[in-house]
Ligand binder design. Structure first.
Ligand code: FAD
Length: 397
């Protein structure tokens, strides 16, 4: 309970709870765990009793799992989504391969393809197919628990007279930069397309998860995290590398982002990586792209990216298959000219901007954001584990 409720409570707003809008480690699986953890904690602590009227705001994975969990525990739930459809971000994308546990690589269990959730469970696969699997189950849960779904509605707190309001708005709205329009990570279905003709020079700016994943799609043909991790597992000498990677995590655990950046690059450069790994990556390198990755830090590896992404990026860099351009960008023109703060100018054929998100909580509920923010930053960043006991939620099918 102490790993769940303190994250959700908002000072001065006794019936408002925040679910997964602010965490550092965010994935579809982790947000689903946060949704179910909160449903369990509110029900189990007695804060919400059967029959309580609950508004869940946000129709992403956190909102859907929380609504389904509360519905099963006898609450009268209304789910509000300001977009036209539930899971509108992921349901359209036919390129991104999503895996529930790959962020744990190389730890045990990271290749398990099933999420293993009691409600709205799913298997690794293409984004749109995984979303369809979850939506099918959610429809069944909504019918069974009489969850009212209202899409195209972004309510204010004043419009909600429920016993409790759960804000499951996600981490936020992606940002563009300079003169380029927003091209969302989830809307770009051409990124994996190998094109004929001479190589095009792409800039990917941002070395968090979105940026490094895009660099991998652009540089490696047919890229999928799960497939690549499976190939690495087949190389026996990788066991020593995996142990060294875990050791590096303990070295950066207490460091801030700037200090971790140097330690990561130094550590990854020295790994005893067998030649088969680089040979595998060279075989997969796309002939139609040249990719430059850009970040504000001096080195290309950030603590805010997963180990597998960092490892693949480091190998591509060391093999000369990927470039790194350090420095903050001051401007990007509509014809893809980039100016760094130090005055350096470069032109690219295409640019992916992965600079994180504008907080949805701040945009939609500024009064809650203001009160929640100071309390929230005092809490440590936790990767959530399922808190509910087995059998607490009846498995959906
Ligand atoms: C660039 C990028 C790449 C990512 N890649 C991956 C990946 O490969 N794999 C992965 O697992 N995760 C990835 N993530 C994280 C991914 O977005 C989340 O895992 C997932 O979308 C989280 O679900 P959620 O419900 O918390 O948030 P969201 O999916 O953002 O859902 C929140 C919902 O709330 C709605 N909403 C917001 N404000 C309001 C309001 N005021 N009123 C009503 N509704 C509102 C939104 O419209 C949205 O539908 C990525 C994120 C980004 C930004």
């Amino acid at each position: 309970m102490e790993h769940v409720l303190p994250y959700a409570l908002v000072p001065d707003f006794p019936n408002v709870y925040v679910c997964g809008c602010f965490e550092r480690w965010v994935s579809i699986y982790l947000q689903s765990v946060r949704g179910l953890n909160l449903a369990w904690a509110l029900s189990e602590s007695g804060r919400l009793e059967r029959g309580a009227r609950v508004a869940v705001v946000g129709g992403g994975f956190a909102g859907l799992t929380c609504a389904a969990g509360l519905g099963q525990r006898g609450m009268r739930v209304t789910l509000f989504e300001k977009g036209a459809q539930l899971l509108h971000t992921q349901r359209q994308n036919r390129v991104r391969s999503i895996h529930p546990h790959i962020h744990e690589w190389p730890r045990p269990g990271s290749l398990e393809p099933r999420a293993g959730l009691p409600l709205l469970d799913w298997r690794a696969g293409i984004s749109a197919e995984m979303a369809a699997e979850v939506l099918r189950q959610f429809d069944a849960e909504a019918a069974r628990s009489r969850i009212e779904v209202r899409t195209g509605v972004g309510p204010t707190l004043a419009q909600l007279d429920h016993d409790a309001v759960i804000l499951a708005l996600g981490v936020g709205v992606e940002k563009s930069f300079g003169a380029l329009p927003l091209r969302s990570y989830w809307s770009d279905d051409t990124i994996a397309e190998v094109r004929p003709g001479p190589p095009r020079h792409h800039l990917v700016t941002g070395i968090g998860e979105g940026g490094v994943i895009d660099a991998l799609y652009l540089r490696l043909a047919g890229f999928s995290h799960a497939e690549m991790a499976a190939r690495l597992t087949e190389i026996p000498e990788m066991r020593a590398v995996e142990a060294a990677l875990i050791e590096i995590e303990s070295q950066i655990a207490a460091l801030d982002d700037a200090a971790a950046n140097a330690v990561l690059w130094d550590g990854y450069r020295r790994l005893p990586v067998p030649p088969e790994v680089d040979a595998l990556l060279r075989r997969r390198a796309r002939p139609d792209t040249r990719v430059t990755l850009n970040g504000p830090e001096p080195h290309p590896l950030a603590a805010r990216a997963d180990i597998l992404n960092r490892f693949l990026i480091s190998r591509l860099m060391l093999a000369g298959e990927l470039d790194y351009l350090p420095g903050k960008i001051a401007d990007i023109s509509a014809d893809y000219q980039v100016t760094l703060e130090d005055g350096t100018r470069m032109r690219f054929d295409d640019i992916e901007i992965r600079h994180g998100t504008f907080p949805a909580l701040k945009a939609g509920f500024p009064e809650v954001w203001e009160r929640y923010h100071p309390a929230r930053v005092k809490l440590p960043h936790l990767t959530p584990a399922p808190s509910w006991p087995e059998g607490y939620f009846a498995t959906s099918s």
